[in-house]
Design a protein around this ligand. Structure first.
Ligand SMILES: Nc1ncnc2c1ncn2[C@@H]1O[C@H](COP(=O)(O)OP(=O)(O)O)[C@@H](O)[C@H]1O
Ligand SMILES: N[C@@H](CCC(=O)OP(=O)(O)O)C(=O)O
Length: 766
């Protein structure tokens, strides 16, 4: 019932008032939980400051979907979360529905039982036939349900040494000034004593609902369901946050389940027109429209509101605490509308811009890329200045590790090679989109063509790598502080020559990246560029969108017994020392056993020492040495710095096995003069790039002649290794017919399949 948490009861009431913590494994809250009530919070991140919280539970949350009693598991985890927040010094109140729904189940059960007993007595047998259940009256149901409901809350809160108290109110109680003050006083007194008030409408006596005329802009909301009750109480009690738990994720722009219904993350007053409502749940009373009205009324009264799902088995165990921690759960009601477009709108703009871009003439697309290359050269000073400021800020804040700092820095030579790469792309891109790669005559007058098209909207996520932006933009003609801002600005300037400025959008914060990773309808491919941690996080966050890249670059160089002395140190030095932060840098050096204690081996070690490369010994290598360097913690390490591991292998076969066991299928190299051994290595190593007598650092789109690169992919499908423009293309099939139908091709039909290959159109010589 209590999961892994255990609770040490804390009985000193005074201590419990502010910020004492009684949960053994829950982070202590150190911020003061006091807040002048007035304005609702503008952002989710501020919700952690909420001191007074009302949690409203809908009937569907409280009762089981199969109408067999109360949802005990859900309620237990809700009570557990409320208790935890209460013990953080917050003041918690619960508005609970479910009395009618639960009472209905109880009474139905009772009636069935008594009918069957009566039948058995009268007929002398126990067949349950003709047992009609009379229409149950809601007030009686509520009376029967409320006591059972309350007994359960009592029992559950007692487990956490928290006392609960029941309050039943009607709309009239708010209209009678004396009663209203009494209610207010009672609630304050209960909160002062750390008692959790559990509130419901007094459904056994409740009068018929009044017209809801007072909802629009007027001061009070009439209590006709528990949504309006929760809103009214929240405002009366100057509550900071109202959490409304129902059986849907939150507010959708159209009835959930309908085509294209989208969950609204933040709802602003005035957004009502953009929402359509469907029917309420099976047991609910107010429906979603009542919740939105109540939420907007509470917001106007200074209480923040979140509507979320309290029934989802995966999230109900932490939904309340997640909301209070500011996580993106459900729909948050806010009065403060952000100035710029949302990430979703940005993705939509990229989608629209991208489609226009794809429809431009190839020369126009090339012109945009040439313009971007020129801008990079012409505006070099401004770019380098912006980059210098970024670097200074990063250094001052001591925020970035050295390899990341190196990646962040731009130089004239980096910008020059970028511009060269872009021009290469411009030249070769002319016929990349719309190229016919296959033509087949299916039947007479029925020709099929396969043509290249862009993959679509790319989400390129990069950390500390400003040079990625123009590279990827040029290839995809994509997105990432100051350096990025100026590069993005220049990219948009280049795009604007053909009116497609918006095709490239820049998003700067990590929180927004997570949101983007969920836009599977707007984003077609995610390309993370940065640390392996970044790629792993993106792979986890991406919901239904393919991710192209590699999470690690654990590259090996195997020095075979037949290696050439001249080549070994040159290749190893270049692979490890030329740019150690790169993903294609050498991380593990595999040395054939016969080379140990030879001059060649000493030469390698001397070179690494001169280059100040820290050596870690693999277990086998360590066993050959009397005084070995530190032994590796893992043979699967990407150092990303002047460090590497050395391990010994007995043969090329063992080298291949080691690479398969500890590598990341990125780039692996053999140094040997023996062609047969080299071919064995080239054929057997299952990596994206396998080289013979060449540095690992050749694993790069520019060096491969692909122009700029979007990254190196270790995926096996679509694109593998350095990915250039080809990796950003897919194809579509165009079929041109003349009243053709499949049934004509049946056994006795009039047509026959020809499946004849047709010549491809001549490619443009330019
Ligand atoms: N636009 C909408 N967004 C979200 N939910 C909606 C929408 N329109 C109708 N609903 C329905 O509202 C129901 C929740 O309201 P209700 O039945 O009163 O629940 P509760 O018992 O939690 O108060 C959901 O089951 C959902 O199907
Ligand atoms: N007071 C009633 C519930 C009223 C109500 O608003 O229900 P719901 O829409 O499920 O929150 C009860 O306890 O059954």
């Amino acid at each position: 019932l209590l999961g892994s948490m255990y609770y040490l009861p804390c009985r000193n009431q005074r201590l419990r008032n502010e910020s004492i913590r009684c949960w053994s494994n829950i982070p202590f809250i150190t911020m003061p939980l006091s807040r002048a009530h007035g304005k609702p919070f503008a952002h989710r991140s501020e919700l952690k400051h909420a001191k007074r919280i009302v949690v409203k539970l809908g009937s569907a949350v409280v009762t089981r979907g199969d109408e067999c009693g109360l949802a005990l598991g859900r309620l237990a985890s809700i009570v557990e979360q409320v208790s935890m927040l209460q013990n953080q010094g917050r003041e918690m109140m619960i508005v609970t529905s479910g009395a009618v729904a639960f009472g209905k189940q109880r009474l139905r059960h009772e009636i069935l039982l008594s009918q069957s007993v009566r039948q058995a007595l009268h007929s002398g047998q126990s067949q349950l036939k003709d047992m009609a259940i009379p229409v149950l009256e809601a007030r009686a149901c509520a009376a029967a349900g409320q006591s059972g409901l309350m007994a359960l809350y009592e029992a559950m809160f007692t487990q956490y040494s928290i006392c609960a108290a029941q309050i039943l109110v009607t709309n009239l109680d708010f209209h009678d000034e004396q009663k209203r003050r009494n209610l207010n006083g009672t609630l304050h007194e209960l909160l002062r004593m750390n008692i959790v008030p559990i509130i419901n409408t007094n459904d056994a006596v409740v009068p018929p609902p009044e017209p809801n005329s007072d909802l629009q802009g007027v001061n009070v909301i009439s209590v006709k369901d528990n949504d309006s009750l929760a809103a009214r109480l929240a405002v009366e009690m100057k509550t900071d946050l109202l959490i409304v738990l129902s059986d849907v994720e939150g507010l959708f722009d159209s009835p959930p389940g309908s085509d294209d219904a989208k969950l609204i993350d933040i709802f602003y007053p005035g957004d009502q027109q953009s929402v359509t409502f469907g029917t309420k749940s099976r047991v609910g009373m107010g429906g979603m429209e009542a919740k939105v009205k109540a939420a907007l009324w509470a917001l106007q009264g200074g209480t923040s509101v979140v509507i979320a799902n309290g029934t989802h088995p995966k999230i109900s165990g932490h939904v309340i605490t997640d909301i209070v921690e500011g996580k993106k759960v459900g729909t948050f009601f806010s009065e403060v509308k952000p100035a710029g477009p949302t990430v979703e709108q940005q993705a939509e703009m990229a989608r629209a811009g991208g489609r226009t871009l794809a429809a431009l003439q190839p020369e126009q697309r090339a012109e945009i890329i040439y313009r971007l290359a020129d801008l990079l050269t012409d505006q070099r000073e401004e770019i380098l200045l912006a980059n210098k400021k970024d670097l200074e800020e990063a250094e001052n804040k001591g925020r970035l590790a050295l390899p990341l700092l190196k990646r962040l820095s731009l130089s004239t030579s980096k910008l020059n090679s970028l511009a060269i790469g872009l021009r290469q792309i411009a030249a070769s891109s002319q016929d990349s989109v719309g190229r016919v790669i296959r033509r087949t005559r299916i039947a007479k007058d029925l020709d099929l063509e396969q043509v290249t098209v862009p993959i679509g909207v790319l989400l390129v996520i990069f950390e500390s790598r400003p040079d990625c932006l123009p590279q990827v933009s040029a290839l995809a003609i994509a997105k990432a502080a100051r350096s990025n801002q100026i590069l993005h600005h220049l990219t948009q300037e280049a795009l604007s020559i053909h009116g497609v400025r918006d095709a490239v959008q820049l998003v700067n914060t990590r929180e927004e990246v997570e949101d983007l990773c969920r836009l599977d309808k707007l984003i077609d491919l995610i390309i993370p560029r940065g640390s392996s941690q970044l790629v792993r996080n993106i792979q986890k966050a991406a919901k239904g969108i393919p991710v192209m890249g590699h999470s690690e670059g654990i590259c090996h160089v195997y020095v075979d017994m037949d290696a050439s002395v001249e080549k070994v140190t040159r290749i190893i030095r270049d692979s490890k020392c030329e740019y150690p932060a790169a993903c294609n840098a050498l991380e593990t050096l595999l040395i054939h056993r016969d080379l140990l204690r030879t001059p060649l081996f000493d030469q390698i070690i001397d070179m690494l020492r001169v280059e100040q490369v820290k050596i870690h010994a693999g277990p086998k290598f360590a066993s050959y040495l009397t005084f070995s360097p530190s032994e590796v913690k893992s043979l699967r390490t990407e150092y990303g710095d002047l460090e590497c591991c050395i391990e010994v292998v007995d043969s090329v076969k063992e080298a291949v096995e080691h690479i398969h066991k500890y590598g990341s299928s990125h780039t692996d190299v053999i140094i040997t003069e023996n062609e047969q051994t080299a071919e064995f290595f080239l054929q057997h190593v299952d990596s994206a790039c396998v080289f013979w007598n060449a540095s690992t650092r050749f694993s790069d789109g520019y060096r491969f002649g692909l122009g700029a690169e979007v990254g190196i992919s270790t995926s096996r499908i679509h694109a593998r290794g350095p990915v250039g423009i080809e990796g950003l293309l897919t194809t579509k099939w165009l079929l041109r017919g003349d009243n053709h139908v499949v049934s004509d091709f049946s056994e006795h039909g009039s047509m026959k399949y020809l499946h004849e290959s047709l010549p491809l159109p001549q490619r443009n010589a330019s």
